[in-house]
Design a protein around this ligand. Structure first.
Ligand SMILES: C[S@@+](CC[C@H](N)C(=O)[O-])C[C@H]1O[C@@H](n2cnc3c(N)ncnc32)[C@H](O)[C@@H]1O
Length: 302
């Protein structure tokens, strides 16, 4: 079995586009052709095609702990992709390019923010060159019965003074963001070159699982990363949203309903007229949030 189909998930596809748009803005700090992309390509390498075709990055490195090397090498779209077999914890420190070039890193995890993911963030924040961008995808699901597991996953960052409900349901995503931010900033502060950093994306979505994308751009000493990369122009960034996370949900619309709404664009929630009474405001809002990124055909596999 090849595992989940990472090609078909429509909301994940939108987050990939957002990552590409942000990563492209780091061109303010130098050409992307000379940068390095490090990701978890799985068997489909969808993110690697984007890194090469859309960003023009030529040094491409995929880390994978589960699939056999021969199968990964057969499936890689370009022979130039270097595949490293093992965990990110063990392989990231072996990548010289992390220290010698600007990088775009996307650790597309399937787990929550456990201590092992915290270790990756800590390591990267301590070595990444200014002008690099770092993204992580995290699972954001925990119920009351998972609380002990979540406590051990958070480790020293679990705050016993908070109500237990802070770590379950939709609140977990807020805790993960706080902890990820603290880890990145703590380890950046240990550097002699004292780069600056900005949290640039917090998108929460659910295709088959509830997930969260967080990302940071690292700038030179004293840089205003948001201004240098003009991130306020991208309406999905935390910069444009005054720090607020963005929730993505697919609207429940047929193709003719989607088309009826499309014809009214550009529009606002107030100006939009539903095609009939069964298309409610919630789904029109969802449509407005993501119509620029997705197509109803893509939703067929959601
Ligand atoms: C979500 S998939 C990657 C999908 C791909 N990035 C895309 O855009 O479609 C994550 C892959 O990384 C692997 N993986 C997850 N966490 C890992 C880790 N910490 N170290 C190494 N491999 C990991 C999984 O086995 C899986 O194949």
């Amino acid at each position: 079995m090849a595992g989940p189909n990472y090609v078909a998930a429509p909301l994940k596809a939108i987050t990939r586009e957002m990552i590409v748009e942000i990563a492209r803005r780091t061109v303010s700090y130098g050409p992307l052709k000379e940068a390095t992309y490090v990701g978890l390509g799985a068997l489909e390498f969808v993110d690697f095609r984007l890194a090469y075709e859309r960003l023009g990055i030529e040094t491409l490195i995929s880390i994978e702990e589960n699939h056999p090397l021969e199968r990964l090498e057969f499936n890689r779209p370009y022979d130039g992709i270097r595949i490293m077999q093992g965990t990110t914890n063990s392989k990231l420190p072996e990548i010289e390019e992390l220290k010698s070039s600007r990088c775009v890193i996307w650790l597309d995890y399937t787990s929550r923010l456990r201590q092992s993911e915290q270790r990756d963030l800590a390591y990267l924040a301590s070595v990444l060159a200014p002008g690099s961008a770092l993204f992580v995808c995290l699972n954001r699901v925990a119920s009351e019965r998972d609380l002990d597991v979540v406590r051990s996953e958070f480790g020293d960052y679990f705050d016993e003074s908070l109500p237990k409900t802070s770590y379950i349901g939709p609140n977990l995503a807020d805790r993960q963001r706080e902890v990820a931010e603290r880890v990145v900033r703590k380890h950046l502060a240990t550097r002699v070159d004292l780069a600056s950093v900005e949290l640039v994306i917090d998108v929460r979505y659910a295709d088959s699982a509830k997930m969260q994308v967080l990302g940071w751009v690292f700038g030179p000493v004293g840089a205003d990363v948001s201004a240098d990369c003009r991130l306020a122009e991208l309406d999905f960034t935390t910069i444009a949203r005054d720090g607020a996370p963005l929730d993505l949900a697919w609207p429940s619309l047929t193709l003719p309903e989607w088309n009826a709404l499309s014809k009214q664009l550009p529009a606002t929630l107030d100006s939009m007229v539903p095609p009939h009474k069964w298309v409610g405001e919630e789904h029109i809002q969802r449509f407005l949030t993501l119509h620029r990124w997705g197509r109803p055909m893509a939703a067929a596999n959601a």
